[in-house]
Design a protein around this ligand. Sequence first.
Ligand code: ADP
Ligand code: MG
Ligand code: MG
Length: 879
Amino acid sequence: MAKWVYMFSEGDMTMRNLLGGKGANLAEMTSIGLPVPQGFTITTEACTQYYEDGRKINDEIMAQVMEGVKKMEEINGKKFGDLQNPLLVSVRSGARASMPGMMDTILNLGLNDEVVAAMIAGNPDPKFERFVYDSYRRFIQMFSDVVMEVGKKYFEQLIDQMKAEKNVKFDVELTAADLKKLAEQFKAEYKKQLGKDFPSDPVQQLKLAIEAVFRSWDNPRANVYRRDNDIPYSWGTAVNVMPMVFGNLNDESGTGVAFTRDPATGEKKLMGEFLINAQGEDVVAGVRTPMPIAQMEKEFPDAYADFIKVCDILENHYHDMQDMEFTVENKKLFMLQCRNGKRTAQAALKIACDLVDEGHKTEAEAVAMIDPRNLDTLLHPQFDAKALKAATPLGKGLGASPGAACGKVVFTAEDAEEWGARGEKVVLVRLETSPEDITGMKAAQGILTVRGGMTSHAAVVARGMGTCCVSGCGDINMDEENKKFTLAGKEFHEGDYISIDGSTGNIYEGEIPTVDASIAGEFGRIMAWADKYRRLKVRTNADTPRDAKKARELGAEGIGLCRTEHMFFEEDRIAAFREMICADTVEERVAALDKILPYQQGDFEQLYEALEGCPVVIRFLDPPLHEFVPTDEEDIKKLADAQGKSVESIKALIASLHEFNPMMGHRGCRLAVTYPEIAVMQTKAVIRAAINVQKAHPEWKIDPEIMIPLVGEVKELKYVKKFVVETADAEIAAAGIDMKYQVGTMIEIPRAALTADEIAKEADFFCFGTNDLTQMTYGFSRDDAGKFLSAYYDAKILENDPFAKLDQVGVGKLMKMAMELGKPVNPALTVGICGEHGGDPSSVEFCHKIGLDYVSCSPFRVPVARLAAAQAAIANAGK
Ligand code: ADP
Ligand code: MG
Ligand code: MG
């Protein structure tokens, strides 16, 4: 028979998976002799079983719960539902990973009219009567809210009414009689809302409460939190049942929360708050203003001294900053919770370094304790904390590229550029962005789009540039034509101030000031440690020298993906590129390409300079050509004039480029197969740039890496490669220089992974383009998946956006297959990843495990990837 219930004395901190974080730590505190009210934990497996049984607690589990109750009664010398010596308990959720605020707690369970009456009869002190009714009304309210889902507000209204009637400000000023009356009103409210009486049987109360905790694992808030924090649905939550200790007993009692170090800065000093004559959530709920923890020393010197000892013991035991909840009952201290405290990214770095210096942690342990996802926030401007607190968001999109931005609304890329040029701060608001918006995007402080997911054009480009972006805010009602939109009933026009938060996705009206991020010394220290442990190299996806330099500053060891097409959109080049597209003959096309060549070569030279001899992978032209042709009349006319062609013929050509499914259309290596002269030109540009920079810097070693995109059949690669090799060899021979170069391919079509053994014969390297690979493996359009993903989350078909977090089961299997097929054929094959996943910690760990050589990600994710790669190496050492 499975064991579903553990007394606190039966567990310890290693049993977090089974007992949840709270349960494991309550058990651990018990085992090291700290004062913890003794109860039991119902396992996370029982939660899973509850769902398997169709959301029911089966008899076997309930029987073990009742055994636990019996043992708890014996230990505490009180009895559940007893009239002489009643035991009251709290029922608390506790998942493996802490999910603060996700699931609610019920306090004072076990009370009913008879127990209340008996308690009061047993203690004539009027203060005690007040305490009993205070506990009772709290219980009815919490039980109704958490278990029966009757809104809190009904009860709060009643409290407010009572306070108004009695002309008092705080609930502590209400008398026993007031609270008695409130309890009656609460029960009546319960009956009114639910049409039945408040359950009086303590066992029934307990069972309903446990069920509510299990049920809350699946509430919408919990599901969203899990998705944002990578917590699998399958984990389930444990339930802790423990005797109440009463901070609301009298003025010799109270409750508090504290951190052993400052969770905002990491500074080593006790931080916390304390409230006299209060229970549970009162401290955080703000019913009264709590006192700073230090003041507790004056009020309760003995309990305070004990608490300081406990803080020390816990830090020395867990070797990490602790977040603790405690209660003082009649001057005596009880510990109710401890955990490794949540902290800001800044504090995380400082604490990790301090713990190493204090001898608590090794360097590897310090590296392992930083959440890489938080690092992002250190690298971008942030909203001024005070100003942000005062602001309420108008709406929410996806936090697509972190940082904070504030500026005037503009609706076109041109306006963004123009306004930016005259020194205005702007936020570009668009239905969605397209490649021609790039320069405008660069000029903007932030980008807000109505459509598109985490890998939409706006999101990918913004992350690359390190510009704040909120994408996919479907609540915006957009009128691009008239340059206005509405959000939450508020109309915005060009020039109105707006503020957006690319981390949370929040959108605010007006101007919230931002502050520049500062990189403290600890950041560098942790990164240096991380670099010692990681095996994976970290490169960056960068198209411009500016991005490349930023990435190098952040520790990138090369470029894993340079997309050449972004270079074509700048004013001076797009004309030549369009000429190339419009060419009727090979000669015309070559002539147009010859005009582009010097630009490309110049760009590549700058990149090689910026990289100072580190590797650079340059990917050849990838997007379908229609993305480059003009859309408005004026530009079409300009193009026609330049080409000496009629407007009609240009329009006919543009129409001919239309594709029903451009992502699966005439793009990638298919362009080079149709027009090999494009690949020839790009090869010349790469090799000539490399030769020039190599000559200028003999101390560097420049080995160009050319990447052919979208290969699915080895013959495609072979065909294009022939042009590349002929051209490159001729250029190198003509320069009389000794230069090696590599030709590799993206693995981004499932067929490429399936036939990787053939492709590896022709390729010097593979690079997993997991954006396209995910799109084509799932058959989900990466630009439209946002429309149905939420339905998939609700139906539990998907727990995460596969474009943000690598689908290890499917896409990952293809990657593994490509590795296993490719490596034996070509042992020198180097393999990387350059999709968005290259900067996602769990995906980086997967890449480590299957033996990739490097990950490549946008510049601002480089530190994240370095840390994640180190953590993967540390976690998998010896495996
Ligand atoms: P959360 O995870 O939201 O903090 P908790 O289960 O920790 O929820 O409990 C909410 C509040 O109730 C906390 O302040 C906690 O200290 C208090 N509390 C929980 N159990 C007891 C108990 N047995 N006696 C007194 N207070 C309790
Ligand atoms: Mg808590
Ligand atoms: Mg691709």
